[in-house]
Structures are given as structure tokens and as C-alpha cells.
Design a binder for this molecule. Sequence first.
Ligand code: NAD
Length: 479
Amino acid sequence: MATVAGIPVHGDHWIGGERVGSPTTFDDHSPIDQTLLAQVARGGAAEVDAAVGAAHAAFPAWAATSRAERARLLHAIADGVEARLEDLAIVETTDNGALLRSHLRGVMPRVAHNFRFFADWLLELGHEDFETRGHTNHVSWDPAGVCALITPWNAPLMLATWKIAPALAAGNTVVLKPAEWTPLTASLLADITAEAGLPAGVFNVVQGYGAEAGAALVADPRVRRISFTGSVPTARTIASAAAANLTPLSLELGGKSPLIVFADADLDLAVNLAVEQYDNAGQVCLAGTRLLVEESVAEEFTARFVERATALKQGDPRDLSTDLGPNIHPRHLERIDGFVQRALEAGAKAVIGGGPNTDLGGQYYRPTLITGAAEGSEILTEEVFGPVLTLQTFTGEQQAVEMANGTRFGLAATLITGDQERAERVSAQLVAGTVWVNCFFVRDLKAPFGGSRESGVGREGGTWSFDFYCDVKNTVSAP
Ligand code: NAD
């Protein structure tokens, strides 16, 4: 058992309602100052076999539990999250470096809401009966079985519970494999589910590396759903494993989203929304990292953006006045800097930033704005996943749409304009799972969420989540 800021956190797996270790462990360090936080059980085939076995054994009873009882238990988990909100926030910030301010005010309340929302949605689900020549069609959402949930490090508990809550609500059992760089809040969640009274085996956590624990989990034929959030290369590997067992899967992947500023936009709003793209040190899949600005306002936009961005306070994410924390890992920082240095060598310019913040040591990358990158170059087409934005100019709507759609991704797009008709025309042409008009990051859990092109396969959210986590059945009865 480790302690993080005085809070006890298990480094072991959570399998069948018990803490289970592994013969070997891996070290979990804080991105804030590289301190060793915990030695975490390094799961592999044996632990996955045990966890899937426990989930498989627990499935029939959980699937037969009434909707009302499942909803009650999910609300009890939400109560537990709220009761431990500060612990969860400080452990998450210490483990992944995202702002404590955001965890306290936005993220952890949202974690609780994930459980409450899907509990309530479950109770509303299923009034789809209709008639065909006097026969009744009754549509039901039947639980599918064991769900393998695999999540990344950039918003660990938020992204995990966005999957766990609907999967459990639907009557499935779960094996979660958290990211190896951020294993800790999943472990606290296991404690919370046990305290809430969730039956043993319904929720399990296997810690470990993707190529070991993750690979074993997605290859297990007893798994009936795989929901993965992470990178495109890993998604390809997981999809191949899923193909062997024809396991249905949902993939929420990366992006290279545009933020389009038309000349008729409220420039204060445009600058605010553009600076927001540095949130979480740029480690947000939905971030509008490509600023596309109409030529006639580009100079003024850039000057105002630079003024705002250079005023951001970078530092320890536990300090509530900090705006920009560290990046997750030394390897990740190197990757970010690699993209930037290659762009600069190829002739692009860093208007601000352009390297790590050496004053802070550790893993802090200066908020960076790149201009003058060549069309089609790496910095304009590959996901950097750091506080690095690019700026390109356009003239006219058609060019804006062509540039916005000019990547192999299609996760999100933001457009800022004072013209409602233009907003509708442009939104209709954008290839993206979510389009925000004059706003950013407004997300209702009942809305469909996912990506087009290489940004994903499938949609989750509201009924879309139940469609994915269930075997949807139609029963046709004669009069
Ligand atoms: P990653 O693909 O490296 O890892 C994600 C998870 O997959 C981790 O838990 C990892 O251990 C596991 N994994 C790795 N190899 C595996 C394998 N062979 N089999 C099974 N599991 C395996 O991604 P990351 O670096 O942790 O996350 C960053 C990426 O996630 C970015 O591309 C980002 O855009 C994306 N992301 C997408 C969304 C979304 O909703 N679309 C949200 C957040 C992050």
C-alpha cells in the first residue's frame, strides 16, 4: 500500500472483490517532480485470466439484478466519489499532472455525474415498442457480458468512468486496464465500489503495461465488448485481436482538430477559446490545435493571442493559481519537442514557446504557437498531444472548410463566427464527431460522442452507449 499526499492507495489489482498482487511491479512516478508514488502490480496473462474469470462468473447474477437496483448501486458509487472528491482530485493531480483546480471543480464532479447520468438513463431506456400488421415489436437492451475497458493517462478517471458507468448500468461486468502512467485513481475507485456494495467480480481492475495486461485482456474470448480510448497505433493492434474473436469494439482515438476564426467573429471570444486549447498542457484529444484564422484578422488575432498566452502561469498543478502544468512523462516531452524542433528546422517559426521550460526543470513545455509550417507537413497533420498550436490563414469559407478537413482525423471542430447562416453552412461540411459553434468543450452525456475517419469507430453517450454495451434484441409477438 502506497500513500500519496497522505492518502492510502493500493498498487495491487482488484479482482473478484479482493486485492491481488503480481510477482513483479512497475514504478509509478509523478510528472510534477518525478517522485516515486507507488510500486504497482505488473499484471499479465494470469491476472487477466483471473479477472475475466471473476467478471464472467459474476455476470449472470448482475445481469439478472433489476434495473432499479443497478441504478441504486450506481448512485451509491457516485455518493462515494463525492465523499472522496478531494482525495481523488489530489491523487489524480499527483499522478497525471493535470490541474488540481480542474479536478476539484470540473473533473471529479463529472466522474460522479457519469454514474448518476447512466443510472438515470437506464431507467428511461426502452419505450421503443411498435406494431407491424398487428404484431408487436418489443426492443430490449440485453446485457452483453464481460466488457474490457482500456483507458489512457490524460484524463484517467473521467475517461474510465465514462465507460464503466454505462457498461455496469447495462448489466455487464467490467475489467478495467488503466494506463500504466496513471494507475492510481482506478484503484481508489475499486475501494469506492466495494464500499457502495457492488457485488464482488462485477468491477475488476488489472494494472500493467499495454503489451502485457492490455494485450491479454483484448485477446480473451470471454470478453464480449472492448471499449478503448487511446492512440491510433494501439487501436490497430486491439482491432486485430478483436477480429480473432469477433468482439464488438468501440474506439475513441486521437485528433488534429481545427479551430476556425472567421473575420466576423467576436475576437475576444476567439482568443479566449484559442488559449483554452492549452488546457491540460495540451493533452486533450478534442483540442483544436490547428488555429485557422481568416487572413484579414490574423494579425490582430495573433497579437491578442500572444498577449493572453504569455500571461498563462506555468507551474505546480497543485497550486490553484496555476494555468499550465507538466506533461505526463519524460518520453512524452521528448516526443512533443521532436515535433516542434523538426518543424522549426523545416522553416516554421515559433511565435511563442518552442521548447521545454528550463526554469521549472522537470517536464514542463512552454506554450507554443507555430506559424509558417509548410502545407501537409508533420506539425500540421500529426497529433502532438502537448501545448503546441499551429496558426494558418485562409481566405473565404471554402478554403476554411478544405483546410479544416485536410487531415486523416475527424474528432472535433470549433468555429467562431458572428454569422448564424455561415455557422450552419460550414458545420454541415465539417468532418467531425462534434462541432462547437462559438463555444468549446460543452459536452452533454446524452449526446453522441466519437470520431470520424481515424479518430474512432462508433459512438458512445446516452442511448448510443447502451446500443454499444448491449445485445439489442427485437421480440416480435403475434396478436
Ligand atoms: P495509448 O494507445 O498508448 O494507450 C492507451 C491504453 O492502451 C493504455 O492503457 C495502454 O496500456 C493500452 N495499450 C497499449 N498497448 C496495448 C495493446 N497492445 N493491447 C491492449 N492495450 C494496450 O494512448 P495514450 O498515449 O495513453 O493516450 C493518448 C491518446 O489517446 C491520444 O492519441 C489521444 O488523442 C487519445 N485520446 C482520445 C480520446 C477520445 O475520446 N477520442 C480521449 C482521450 C485520449
